[in-house]
Each structure stands twice: as C-alpha cells, then as structure tokens.
Design a binder for this molecule. Structure first.
Ligand code: THU
Length: 145
C-alpha cells in the first residue's frame, strides 16, 4: 500500500466521524438535504464543512467547498482525502458523491491520481474512489502552464 493510502486508512474513522458531526451543522432549510465533509491535509490537519444554503438558491455552498475554503484560507493547500456524508435530513441513507463543481474545485488542489474521495454512511459503511476516476480528462492549472 502506498504511504498516502496508509495515512488515510489510519485516519479514516476519525474523518468519517468529523464529516458526520459537520453534517449536524448543515444549513439546508430549502432542500432538507444535509451534507458534511472532512478534508485531511498533507500536514495531518482535518478541516470540516457543511452545506450552507441561501434564500436566493444560487449562493448555496456545498459542504466540500466550505471545507476546502476553510483550509485554503488558513494556508493549507495540499490534501490527501475528503470524506463526504450526505443524505436527506435524518438518518444516513445515501452515498453522496461530490457534485461536478466540487470535483473541479478539488482538482485545483489535489493530485487526481492520489486524492481519495470517500463517501460514507457510517464509520463502517463507505466507498472510496480516486478523484481522477470522478473527474476524468479534467481541465486544470496544467492546461494554463
Ligand atoms: N450539496 C453538497 O453539499 N455537496 C454536494 O456535492 C452536492 C450537493 C448540497 C447543496 C445543497 O445544499 C444540497 O446539497 C442539495 O443540493
């Protein structure tokens, strides 16, 4: 197993717990869809986020981007994994994969061949994909270099 995979595996339960806790702070009065995210940085820190909706709908921010903006605004720009926990209000019934915009924002900061995207219903029930599998042939800063 690669070092990054091991690091993530060691922290996975903690990350899932953090995402589930962040989900409890979801501000989603319009959709009733509650999402929490937990982002692991290369420095070993965890940044969490929830979805923050708005009466004008358009300004709504997803849980993943909330976590990414919190991390970047504190000087962290390298990430190893993100856990997303989303379902309609109440019990965790779904695997909630990141939306297209969040995949693109993740691609700005992560190596698509290494970054693990984990969707979880609980500490025991989860699925993992590499970001590259979720955003194949993505447009990134490499295109502008
Ligand atoms: N949502 C997220 O937080 N992350 C995603 O990747 C998909 C959607 C939120 C946005 C909105 O508040 C609610 O889920 C329903 O779309």
């Amino acid at each position: 197993m690669e070092r990054q995979e091991e690091q993530v595996e060691q922290r996975r339960r903690e990350l899932i717990r953090a995402a589930l806790k962040a989900r409890t702070f979801s501000y989603s009065p319009y959709s009733g869809y509650q999402v929490g995210a937990a982002l692991l940085t290369e420095t070993g820190r965890i940044y969490t986020g929830c979805n923050v909706e708005n009466a004008a709908f358009g300004p709504t921010v997803c849980a993943e981007r909330t976590a990414i903006c919190k991390a970047v605004s504190e000087g962290e720009k390298k990430f190893l994994a993100i856990v997303v926990a989303g379902s309609p209000k109440g019990e965790m019934t779904q695997f909630s994969w990141p939306c297209g915009v969040c995949r693109q924002v993740l691609a700005e900061f992560c190596d698509p061949d290494r970054m693990q995207v984990i969707v979880a219903k609980s500490e025991e029930v989860f699925e993992t994909r590499l970001l590259g599998a979720l955003l194949p042939e993505g447009f990134t800063k490499k295109n502008l270099a």
